[in-house]
Design a binder for this molecule. Structure first.
Ligand code: MF3
Ligand code: CO
Length: 260
């Protein structure tokens, strides 16, 4: 499939979808306290998205059974909500998508449950900063490979490894569009970034090795060595003024609104 570019009106719809995702993630982060079951967080996510007039993007996607992906500790991504209760000291990846008028928003963050130890805090910060380093490359004239290169350099500088088995993606009228956006690799390669491109950039960073495996439920990806993993994701649009982070309430460069 070829890369699509979005008009200003289409970017507004994507921004609405993304804003609902952000508001819902804020509510989930506040609710992610010791003792809550992961399926209760999924319920909150469903109610909030539907209540906002949107549709959950993941529910039913390739038969995925929930609104939210919840990945705890050594779980990397795609954990299915269930009876598990969150415990003090866990780190929890919350990954969510919503659809508004046919346009998709996709975002994820990893949060601590109660008080988490220093290693957890460092992993979350480095992963989040690696995402921001990747986003900073989303400028006209750069290439998709510049994004992953920046992510990888940042994560590895801090002694962590970047997962290879899953990649970020173009996004628009489908959850996954071209191009693929790996979180590793050489700079200066892959597709050139053009105005109106929308990308979901989503580094997964492990304390140990980069290898992952899938559990019997056919979804949950865990680290092979059992080490902790964190995941952050934001949807951005490439504009002539640089990256517009659609899944945050305000643009990255501090301007009120970037122009499509
Ligand atoms: N953010 C993830 C992705 O882009 C979530 C997809 S989970 C699925 O792949 F259930 F929808 F597959
Ligand atoms: Co995604």
């Amino acid at each position: 499939m070829s890369i699509t570019v979005k008009s200003a009106a289409e970017l507004e719809k994507m921004h609405r979808a993304c804003s609902i995702v952000v508001e819902t993630l804020d509510a989930l982060e506040a609710a992610a306290l010791p003792g809550i079951r992961t399926k209760e967080l999924d319920r909150i996510a469903y109610e909030k998205i539907v209540g906002a007039g949107a549709r959950p993007a993941f529910l039913g996607y390739r038969n995925y059974p929930a609104t939210l992906c919840i990945s705890v500790n050594d779980e990397v991504v795609h954990g299915i909500p269930g009876d598990r209760r969150l415990e003090e000291g866990d780190i929890v990846g919350l990954d969510l998508g919503a659809v508004v008028e046919g346009f998709f928003g996709d975002a994820a963050r990893t949060v601590g449950v109660g008080t988490v130890n220093g290693e957890c805090q460092r992993l979350m910060k480095v992963t989040r900063d690696s995402l921001m380093a990747g986003i900073d490359q989303c400028r006209l004239g750069n290439r998709v490979g510049d994004i992953g290169h920046a992510v990888q350099v940042h994560a590895e500088k801090h002694g962590y490894s970047v997962v290879r088995n899953f990649v970020g993606h173009g996004i628009g009228t489908a959850l996954h569009e071209s191009p693929e956006v790996p979180n590793y690799g050489p700079a200066g390669r892959r597709e050139r970034l053009v105005k109106g491109m929308c990308l979901a950039i989503e580094p997964m960073v492990n304390v140990g090795g980069p290898e992952v495996r899938t559990l019997e439920d056919d979804w949950t990806a865990v680290t092979v060595d059992g080490s902790l993993s964190a995941h952050f994701e934001l949807t951005i649009a490439v504009t002539e003024h640089g990256p517009w982070i659609l899944s945050e309430p305000y643009p990255y460069d501090g301007e009120k609104r970037a122009h499509a």
